[in-house]
Design a protein around this ligand. Sequence first.
Ligand code: AGP
Length: 589
Amino acid sequence: MCGITGYIGKNKKAIDVVINGLESLEYRGYDSAGIAYVLDNKVNIVKEQGKIINLKSKLDFSIQSNLAIGHTRWATHGEPNQINSHPHSQGKFTIVHNGIIENYLELKQELLENGYKFKSSTDTEVACAYMDFLYNKNKNILLTLNEVSKIFRGSYAFGIICSDDLNNLYALRKTSPLIIANGNGENYIASDVPAILRYTNKYMLLDDMEIAKISNDKVEVYNKDLKVIKKDILEFEGSFESSMKGGYEHFMLKEIHEEPTVFKNTINAYFDGDFKNIPDLSKYNNIHIVACGSAYHTGLIGKYLIEKYANIPVYVEVASEYRYKHNFYDKNTLVILVSQSGETADTLASLRMVKEEGIDTLSIVNVVGSSIARESKYVIYTKAGCEIAVATTKAYLAQITIFALLTMYLTNNKSEEILNEINNIPSILEENVNIDYNYIANEIYQNQNIFFIGRGIDYAICMEGSLKLKEISYINSVAYQAGELKHGTISLIEKNTPVIAICTDESLLEKTISNIKEVKARGAKVIFITTSDIVGDFYDFKISVSKVNELLQPITTIVPLQLIAYNVAKLNGCDIDKPRNLAKSVTVE
Ligand code: AGP
């Protein structure tokens, strides 16, 4: 949800650094982009609708500026046009913002009554004017930022330039992520680590309500009482190269190809040592898994495995629903939050809600040091590395690997059989990620409706396959429990409607085949994905996936679905890594 970057320093051209940073954050939003840079003691703003490439064509890269802030936008308030693009400027303040100021209409009214005028329909321009409004009274930037942090409701990470102090870049954060990285005679701010990786892998995290005052040589961080505090320096494990495309046409394809390594890394991190820092999970009477999107789908797999093998009831909830409904938890409940980014607003809010009730929380998170990871009682990091494509693939795979490991841990299953299976998975994945599914994509990419059907754990996989397809190829697709179709939805099946039927739980093979025959009889084009060697005339295409232990089966079954979605999107000429209307990290509610 919007990416922000900023640079202050003597060594580099601020415009270059900020644009490079924005390019690696474009996955966070790409409706418009803009930059504010200081030249001859004046703040200049250039902004453009659409992707960063449009902004670049308007910029003079020979300009030697030592202070700049930039923004790539995922629109929340106001349409994604040039006027609503960031940076916004009012009086002495120029700012970029990631997040939402919920009380901006109230603040706007107060500002209008005090003579402020607005060009855009954004909450950010109001935030900017409010900073100016307070500063005109107190003439102190730190005091102003401290006051706004008490007045603004909602979420924000701000990069701020005040024309009265062009020797410093300011930053302020609540809920939306913000990091500060140190160089020699230069410093950076960014929404996420990839933006700074080409310069340094050392950074600090700004916490809620903290203010940073950043010059060429110094970073001062103030807490909410305006006391200077010391921050830990973190080190990012990946490299700049690893966050780049590495020869693949798209990040999504590169990330699918990283899955064998991601699986190995996740297993290596936890299989031998178990989960050292987490408690004995069998002491909980029930588990709630709360997440959004694909992370929610991994929870459905977790539910299936934990209930079946560890015999603990598991309730899986979409975070945006969970936080507003009546939930049944007590001291014997463990709430597991799953999130790649660790910043998803509804998941974070659910975490905070249950924490207030004194419930134990465990998060399964990919981004180290993210809000969900830091605020949970226990955390398990997935070892997926930096995921850039908006459509998650390798992080999803790492999350389902963690659920398989948690089930083994809960059932104390470290049998030789499972160990052998685990050892075989990387080579199975390696083979799978290299299979060409274009022939399947060619059969279905022109259809307007595609169905995924399966039973039990296969239905959970169908949900992810269907989301992946619609998210990047813009084809409407629905996942259905195979046995439920005949209760209404089957009326949508007509000649050549693609139905992707999954059956890896062979105890349900016959039942699933009956359901496949029902759609086949109505003209469906069936793509049958299975571990079984059964053949017949009830399908048009069969994709065989290797049979592995049930705990690990979803890990190999998901790969063809990810690749089919990728190939379909490619045939439709879609922007695979940055699908329309989406953003990687959803920090709005
Ligand atoms: C998946 O491809 C999506 N981009 C989306 O559903 C995502 O999984 C969801 O927004 C949750 O994100 P998180 O894992 O960062 O919390």
